[in-house]
Write a protein that binds this ligand. Structure first.
Ligand SMILES: C[S@@+](CC[C@H](N)C(=O)[O-])C[C@H]1O[C@@H](n2cnc3c(N)ncnc32)[C@H](O)[C@@H]1O
Length: 201
């Protein structure tokens, strides 16, 4: 399984945002939703072996939303419809650290980064960082991996210290600092070259 963990430093955990004005009302959940699209949706389909975790730190209590390609239905690529799904998921209260599936493929739990990391399994974990080892020269060891990515604000110092403390390797996708969803796209493309089976093969 491939997992992307997106850390939304300001993204609202309450669901109290307007889908008509996501950038202005959601603490930039739009940044994370573009990552969901880039990670899960391909032309005419879904990547069934991918999960995306949105760590929502805006508001009083952090929460995590998990979007799973294996069971998701009705995922559409536009941010508005993804925002509606996330809003409906967040409408279900979840203080516990166990994920509760709210709709097919959409689950939520109370908690922060550690709740997401407790759920991703044992695959190697990487921190996507501008000052990291070049992913194209790095043997990932297989298609299963967990990639941790910052939002428009990057990583805060405490989070970076937590990740470095766990000795997760830093990987870079190039010399330029990209938007988070572009990082997801570049990584997915790199993994496709290594591991994807072309449809007409
Ligand atoms: C828009 S960037 C963060 C920019 C933020 N202003 C900063 O200075 O950290 C969003 C996230 O994408 C990832 N990222 C961006 N460019 C990258 C690159 N060239 N290689 C690896 N990860 C990258 C990092 O996880 C980063 O936190």
């Amino acid at each position: 399984l491939r997992s992307f963990v997106l850390i939304g430093q300001t993204a609202l955990a309450s669901g109290e945002f307007s889908v008509e004005d996501l950038p202005g009302s959601s603490g930039r959940l739009d940044v994370l939703l573009r990552c969901v699209r880039a990670a899960l949706l391909v032309s005419h389909g879904l990547r069934r072996d991918v999960r995306v975790y949105l760590v929502l730190r805006g508001g009083e209590q952090p929460r995590v939303v998990r979007v799973s390609g294996e069971s998701a239905k009705f995922l559409r690529p536009d941010e508005r419809s993804l925002a509606i799904l996330v809003k409906k998921t967040l409408a279900v209260p979840s203080a516990s650290a166990a994920f509760v599936e709210v709709r097919p493929g959409l689950a939520t739990c109370g908690g922060d980064l550690d709740a997401a990391l407790a759920d991703v399994g044992d695959a190697p974990r990487y921190v996507l960082h501008e000052q990291g080892a070049d992913v194209r020269r790095h043997a990932l060891g297989g298609p299963a991996a967990t990639f941790i990515i910052g939002d428009h604000l990057g990583f805060d110092a405490a989070t970076l210290a937590r990740l470095d403390g766990a000795a997760y390797q830093r990987l870079s996708v190039g010399p330029v600092s990209l938007h988070s969803d572009d990082v997801v796209s570049v990584l997915s493309n790199e993994l496709d070259y290594r591991y994807a089976v072309p449809r007409d093969a």
